[in-house]
Write a protein that binds this ligand. Structure first.
Ligand code: ADP
Ligand code: MG
Ligand code: MG
Length: 202
């Protein structure tokens, strides 16, 4: 049958966890330059907990999988990225609701856009502030076109944070010295969207 089911979301988040694991050192190096050198460790801890929880007791619907994963991130990641990514997944799941066993790509794209908007509301942030939103917002905007367009937009958005001056988060304390480095959260967001596109292409 057409549509995205709970298993699709579990496979996405499992692929995301593997990518975070593989790239944790790079994420921490990026955070060492303009933050406190823990983004890789934060993301690894959070996504390992997500895959553990989902393997133990996988919910039956895509919305419920996302909501559980979001709660798990909030409760296991101490840094700013935990509540922010937790909100992304919880709100995306909340938009889908816990009842529907399958959702269309269009419904998924609309829900993800709401999740990304919730990150901006929680963080008081917008594209251009040199945060994860510089990857997430263009990805959400491109997702109605295709998963691969979203991937390309996220990767480009993450790279485009290099010349920006951070206006939110720990890196903003550096002022102009944040210029010339890629934002770690934008880099991890590109990994998550890349994992999504790869899962959709399987
Ligand atoms: P911490 O800064 O608490 O150590 P992490 O290192 O895990 O947390 O995550 C840092 C990332 O979180 C940043 O690179 C940025 O992308 C993101 N971030 C921080 N503050 C905000 C915010 N207000 N809005 C959006 N994203 C933010
Ligand atoms: Mg950090
Ligand atoms: Mg920290």
């Amino acid at each position: 049958a057409a549509g995205l089911d709970a298993d699709f979301v579990v496979r996405w988040l499992t692929a995301a966890a593997a990518a975070v694991d593989r790239e944790a050192d790079r994420l921490t190096e990026l955070d060492a330059a303009i933050g406190d050198a823990d983004h890789g460790a934060n993301m690894r801890r959070g996504f390992r907990a997500v895959t553990g929880t989902l393997a133990e007791d996988p919910p039956a619907t895509p919305g419920a999988v996302l909501a559980l994963a979001g709660r798990t991130l909030v409760s296991t990641v101490g840094g700013a990225s935990g509540p922010l990514y937790g909100t992304l997944l919880r709100r995306t799941g909340g938009e889908l609701g816990t009842e529907a066993p399958r959702v269309s790509s269009a419904e998924f794209a609309a829900a993800l856009a709401a999740g990304v908007a919730a990150v901006g509301a929680l963080g008081g942030s917008a594209p251009g502030d040199k945060t994860m939103l510089d990857a997430l917002v263009p990805a959400a905007e491109a997702l109605p076109e295709s998963f691969d367009a979203a991937r390309r937009a996220a990767v480009a958005g993450a790279l485009a944070t290099v010349p920006l001056r951070a206006r939110r988060g720990r890196a903003s304390l550096l002022g102009d010295r944040s210029i010339g480095h890629q934002d770690p959260g934008a880099a991890s967001a590109a990994l998550l969207v890349t994992a999504l596109a790869e899962t959709a292409a399987e």
